[in-house]
Design a protein around this ligand. Sequence first.
Ligand SMILES: Cc1cc2nc3c(=O)[nH]c(=O)nc-3n(C[C@H](O)[C@H](O)[C@H](O)COP(=O)(O)OP(=O)(O)OC[C@H]3O[C@@H](n4cnc5c(N)ncnc54)[C@H](O)[C@@H]3O)c2cc1C
Length: 407
Amino acid sequence: MEKCEDVVVVGGGVAGLATALALHRVGLKSLVLERADCLRTAGAAFIMWPNAWKALDVLGVSDSLRPFYSQLDGIRGSSICTGVCKNVPLNSGGKGDSSMKLESRCIERMTLLEALAKELPEGSIRFDSKIVSLQRDTLSPFTTLELADGTSLTAKIVIGCDGVYSAVARYMGLPPAKSSGRVAIRGMVTYTEGHHFEKLMVQLWGKGARAGFLTCTDKKVYWFVTRRSHPQDAEICGDAERVRHTTLEIVRDFPEPIAELIKSSPAETINMADLKVRWVWPWEWGRGMEKGKGSVTIVGDALHPVTPDLGQGACTALEDAVHLSRCLEQAIKSVNMAEWGEAEVEKIESCFNKYLEERRWRISGIASAAFVIGLIQEGSSRLARFIRDWIFFPLFSMRYILYFVHN
Ligand SMILES: Cc1cc2nc3c(=O)[nH]c(=O)nc-3n(C[C@H](O)[C@H](O)[C@H](O)COP(=O)(O)OP(=O)(O)OC[C@H]3O[C@@H](n4cnc5c(N)ncnc54)[C@H](O)[C@@H]3O)c2cc1C
């Protein structure tokens, strides 16, 4: 048995590193346990909206990212079935309304992870450390974490940031995340001489599928395709060339440059993901979690898998990290870390309940909105496409939806 850690963060993805850094910023040391042998690159890039930039400002890493990633000027969406087109400006206020500017940049996952990790004290991340289970003896105020290599360690506080298949969420009694019935494929192209694309997020709505691309930097362009899952997806998802081939089939009716981007992407940037959801109604948050788990909580995808249709999974994980660190900063003032006992566990447990209470309505709203928007955008039946092209997009100003969700 190793020494007892004060705070253990399980998982070194966006949520884990942001949580460790947010805690560090409020004076709390933590140990991040990551199952992989290095920071994970899968997924290439993601779009970061104003809420993410606000969190990154608090974490003190936004200035090291902003200069390298282009601010998007807008979103251009069009239906390849009916030609309906919608433009949503992001980089300028409407007439006399400068407050509508939405900071949005597509940033590389690896650069974000490195920026967060660089700010942590040396030795904060331990790689090759996969957690297989957690236990807490009712008579002990400590949580024991069992690792895949057969070792174990104890911790006073555990924060699970271990993604959709979270071992910590399982320990807390949450049901497993389920497939939403949709998959996403993404990749990245690097143009060594620079590219000619406008600073836009372009989305094309087809029959049962959606494709899009957005500029990341002056040289990099990120693309994505989403559609309903097929039984053979599980078989091909580990083989980038088969994923590329299948994706080219999906977009055969889509205009260029979609196919060109897919063909030009290096295999290591191509990734196919089954999109997961976990339906927990806002009023059931906390009820789904078993009592008596003490000073353990969860952050990011471990708590709330969100389909990528509003580009909010990583953004809300960053928000979670900042909220949680603020709650803990207050709670820890009345806790004696050196004399850790049941009373300390109860104080941290009520702090974690407060954090979940603060997050539940916002997260449930975003997860539901993303799910519905995803279904609408991929309309496969004639009726679904009619609603999408002639009712939903003409009537709803995407700009206002984006403004309320992303701020
Ligand atoms: C197709 C697609 C597009 C997306 N686009 C966007 C977007 O544009 N904007 C956006 O904000 N979000 C987007 N997202 C969502 C975003 O990628 C996730 O929400 C985000 O990565 C979640 O971060 P996380 O740290 O919670 O989980 P993860 O990124 O999954 O990280 C979990 C970490 O924990 C580690 N781990 C797992 N299990 C264990 C264990 N047992 N022990 C130790 N370590 C463990 C993993 O190795 C990993 O490093 C997208 C998602 C998909 C699928």
